[in-house]
Design a protein around this ligand. Structure first.
Ligand SMILES: Nc1ncnc2c1ncn2[C@@H]1O[C@H](COP(=O)(O)OP(=O)(O)OP(=O)(O)O)[C@@H](O)[C@H]1O
Length: 271
């Protein structure tokens, strides 16, 4: 029997569609790769402890924007970023910012699972070690176990922690990469098409995990799958040709978007 009253249902719907507190704010973000401009003055707020999906046709700048959020674009020589991006009100492009520390606060999971060629245990312990978050064996054991548990992987790997991470299935490797990101206690997790190399069952597990993680983390996910965006996100941002077309509650974006380009994209008319 459904125990929710009409008022409770209304409250749930309202809270799901509220932007909430902004964890990250991009203002007038521009990106150039050499002479080529990839983003044109993007203004976008990432709500805290929700999942935001970035959608749009290939080459529209989704990954570029995602990589701005933890300065991953710094690793590309020809890339120049303009405008500002704030994390809890602090400009992450301020020269005084320690980029290694920033990338611990804003972790990233890539399209292709990329575990280190080390044991499952070492894949998780590595980050806490370089960030000085654990020193005794018991502390490492604990962070390895809790991170794997949060990533829904512990039971599957608890008897083989000292075997190579690369020996796991693709879906398990991706959850290992999520556990590795979680191990350094990030506040934000960026995911660039995290399921594109996974089969439907592994995809369903990662999507379930994303839904659980939003209780504690802010998540931004780039996806080409409209179904995935609709399943996992509360807010969706639509990009086209380097511009942010619109942003809003996922339900609204998929049923009644304001912009025709969003309508055309979600109905498969282009992209
Ligand atoms: N390292 C790079 N060097 C030069 N140009 C780049 C680089 N990365 C991206 N671009 C260009 O910037 C634009 C935006 O690319 P981006 O990868 O952000 O798009 P996307 O929406 O994530 O695409 P896709 O869905 O295909 O992954 C594209 O025109 C792309 O060719």
């Amino acid at each position: 029997m459904n125990m929710l009253t009409d008022a409770a249902v209304e409250e749930k719907l309202q809270s799901a569609s509220k932007p909430g507190v902004s964890k990250m704010v991009g203002k007038d973000v521009t990106v150039h790769y050499g002479e080529k401009q990839a983003l044109f003055g993007v203004n976008l707020e990432v709500p805290e402890k929700q999942v935001m999906a970035l959608i749009g046709p290939s080459g529209c700048g989704k990954s570029t924007f995602l990589r701005c959020l933890n300065r991953m674009n710094d690793t590309i020589d020809i890339c120049r970023v303009g405008g500002s991006i704030m994390l809890d009100g602090e400009d992450i492009y301020d020269p005084r910012i320690d980029v290694v520390e920033l990338r611990a606060r804003v972790g990233m999971v890539f399209q292709k699972p990329n575990p280190f060629p080390k044991s499952i245990y070492e894949n998780i312990a590595y980050g806490p070690r370089i960030h000085g978050l654990a020193s005794k064996k018991s502390e490492f054991d604990e962070v390895v176990e809790t991170s794997l548990q949060k990533a829904g992987l512990f039971n599957e790997v608890k008897d083989r922690l000292h075997e190579p991470g690369t020996g796991l299935s693709g879906g398990q490797q991706q959850r290992l990469c999520i556990a590795r990101a979680i191990a350094v206690s990030p506040e934000v997790i960026l995911m660039d098409e995290p399921c594109s190399a996974l089969d439907p069952i592994a995809t369903a597990k990662v999507e379930e995990l994303i839904d659980e993680l939003r209780e504690n983390y802010t998540i931004v996910i780039v996806t080409h799958s409209m179904q995935q965006a609709a399943r996992v996100s509360q807010r969706t941002a639509m990009f086209h040709l380097g511009n942010l077309v619109e942003e809003g509650p996922t339900d609204k974006m998929f049923t009644n978007p304001d912009d025709k380009r969003t309508q055309d994209y979600i109905t498969g008319r282009f992209g």
